[in-house]
Design a protein around this ligand. Structure first.
Ligand SMILES: Cc1cc2nc3c(=O)[nH]c(=O)nc-3n(C[C@H](O)[C@H](O)[C@H](O)COP(=O)(O)OP(=O)(O)OC[C@H]3O[C@@H](n4cnc5c(N)ncnc54)[C@H](O)[C@@H]3O)c2cc1C
Length: 380
C-alpha cells in the first residue's frame, strides 16, 4: 500500500498547512477547555486523517509506514492532543482489525473507521495489568453464540468518543496464550464508560475507564482464533510505537524552532541570548539527538515496509525518540527562562504534553526489556 508520490506530497502539504493555520492558533484554547472544537474534527474527517492507515479498498488512504511517519512528523508540530482525535483510528484502535480481522469484520467496520464516522479505541490496560499486560483479568466466557465479558479497562484513550473497542480478554488459562481479542461495540448492554480522568497534559485527548458487566459479545466479533489476542495486541503496538516515535521527533523539531526563535529575540547582557555558547550547546544537543531519532524512525519505517519484523527496532525508536523529546522540551524551558514556566508562551504546555510518550504504549523500561530480549534472542 502506498499513494502515488504526487498525491502523497499534496496530502503532506495540506497537513502542514492545517497544522500551521488551523491547529496551532487553537493550542492554548484546547489546553484550557480540554476539548477539540467540533469544526476541527470535521475538517480532520474531510482531509481523510481518520483513515491514513486503512487500506484504500475500505475507504482509507492506505499509506505505507514511511508515508505514515512523515505525516506523523508533520502532526508533531502542534500539541499532540489534536493527533489523538484520530490517532486511535489510525493506530491502536483499527490495526488489530486490519491485521487479524476477517473479510466480513473488515467490511462491517473499516469504512466507517476510515471516514471518521466512528471512533475506535484499544482496551488492553487494566487496574492490575499495565506493563504486565499479559496479566489481564477481564474475562470472556463462551456461552453458545456469544461471549460474556466482565472486567474493567483503565486509561483508555478516546473511550468517551468510541463506538467500537478492540478488547483483550481472557478466554483461557494464565499468561499471554490465554488472551483473545474482541471487537466490542459500545452500545452493547452492560458496557459503561467512566468520567474522563484529569491529566498532566494533552488536554483535549480523554482517557476513561471502560467497564464490562456481563456484556454479551457475538462470537463472530472475536478477532482471530482464541488465544491469539495478545499476539495481535503486540503486533499493533510494534506499529503504534513507531508512529509515536515519529510524533516525538516532530515535537522536538517544533521545540527547537521555538527555542531558536526566542533565543534570537531575547536580549540579555546587551545581546541576543542566542549568542551565548551555553545556549548554543543546548540547541546543538537538541538538534543532534532529534536528527538521530528521525534517522532511526525513517530507517525502521523502511524496514517495516520491506516486510521485516520490527519488534526490537520499533521499541528502540520509541525509547530513543520519547526520551529525546523529554530532554529537548526540558532544554526549551531552560532557554525560555522564566517565560518557559509561564503558560502564555506555550512551552510549559508542550513540556507537560510530551511526558506521556515515555509512559504509554509501553514505558521506557518496557521498551528496554523488549530490546534486550530481542537482541539476546538474535545473539547480539
Ligand atoms: C494518557 C494515557 C493514555 C493511555 N491510553 C491507553 C489506551 O488507549 N489503551 C490502553 O490499553 N492503555 C492505555 N494507557 C495505559 C498505558 O499503556 C499504561 O499506563 C502503561 O503501559 C504503564 O502501565 P501502568 O500505568 O500500569 O504502570 P506500571 O506497569 O504499574 O509501571 C509503574 C513503573 O514500574 C515500571 N516497571 C513495570 N514493570 C517493570 C519491569 N518488569 N522492569 C522494570 N520496570 C518496570 C514501569 O516502567 C513504571 O516506571 C494509557 C495511559 C495514559 C496515561
Amino acid at each position: 500500500m502506498s499513494l502515488d508520490p504526487e498525491t502523497f506530497e499534496a496530502l503532506l502539504d495540506a497537513v502542514r498547512r492545517f497544522v500551521a493555520e488551523r491547529l496551532r492558533p487553537l493550542e492554548g484554547q484546547v489546553d484550557r477547555d480540554d476539548a477539540v472544537p467540533g469544526e476541527i474534527v470535521r475538517e480532520m474527517r474531510e482531509m481523510g486523517l481518520f483513515g491514513l492507515s486503512i487500506p484504500e479498498e475500505y475507504g482509507g488512504l492506505g499509506l505505507n509506514m514511511a508515508e505514515e511517519v512523515r505525516v506523523a512528523l508533520a502532526l508533531g508540530r502542534t500539541t499532540p492532543a489534536f493527533r489523538s482525535v484520530f490517532g486511535t483510528n489510525v493506530g491502536i484502535g483499527s490495526q488489530g482489525l486490519v491485521m487479524a480481522g476477517s473479510d466480513a469484520q473488515k467490511a462491517a467496520w473499516l469504512p466507517r473507521i476510515a471516514s471518521g464516522e466512528i471512533v475506535t479505541s484499544f482496551a488492553l490496560t487494566e487496574p492490575g495489568a499495565g506493563s504486565d499486560s499479559a496479566a489481564v483479568q477481564t474475562k470472556a466466557v463462551r456461552d453458545g453464540e456469544i461471549y460474556r465479558l466482565s472486567g474493567t479497562k483503565r486509561y483508555i484513550t478516546n473511550a468517551d468518543q468510541a463506538s467500537l473497542f478492540t478488547v483483550m480478554a481472557r478466554t483461557g488459562g494464565p499468561g499471554a496464550s490465554g488472551v483473545s481479542a474482541f471487537l466490542v461495540p459500545s452500545d452493547l448492554p452492560g458496557l459503561s464508560i467512566g468520567q474522563p480522568e484529569k491529566k498532566m497534559g494533552q488536554q483535549g485527548a480523554h482517557v476513561c475507564d471502560v467497564n464490562f458487566d456481563d456484556v454479551p459479545v457475538p462470537a463472530a466479533n472475536r478477532l482471530g482464533p482464541e488465544g491469539e489476542g495478545f499476539k495481535v495486541a503486540m503486533r499493533v503496538l510494534d506499529r503504534g510505537r513507531l508512529h509515536i516515535a515519529a510524533v516525538c521527533v516532530g515535537i522536538s523539531e517544533r521545540l527547537i524552532a521555538d527555542a531558536v526563535a526566542y533565543a534570537g529575540e531575547r536580549r540579555q547582557f546587551g545581546k541576543p541570548i542566542a549568542e551565548f555558547q551555553l545556549i548554543q550547546a543546548m540547541i546543538a544537543d537538541s538538534k543532534t539527538e532529534t536528527m538521530a531519532a528521525k534517522a532511526l524512525v525513517l530507517e525502521v519505517a523502511a524496514q517495516k515496509d520491506a516486510g521485516e519484523t520490527i519488534t526490537m527496532e520499533a521499541a528502540a525508536a520509541k525509547l530513543f525518540a520519547s526520551e529525546t523529546v523529554g530532554r529537548v522540551a526540558d532544554r526549551a524551558v531552560q532557554i525560555f527562562g522564566g517565560a518557559g514556566y509561564i503558560a502564555d508562551y506555550g512551552i510549559e504546555r508542550l513540556y507537560r504534553d510530551v511526558r506521556l510518550f515515555r509512559i504509554y504504549e509501553g514505558t521506557s523500561q518496557v521498551q528496554q526489556i523488549v530490546i534486550a530480549r530481542e537482541v539476546m534472542k538474535r545473539g547480539g
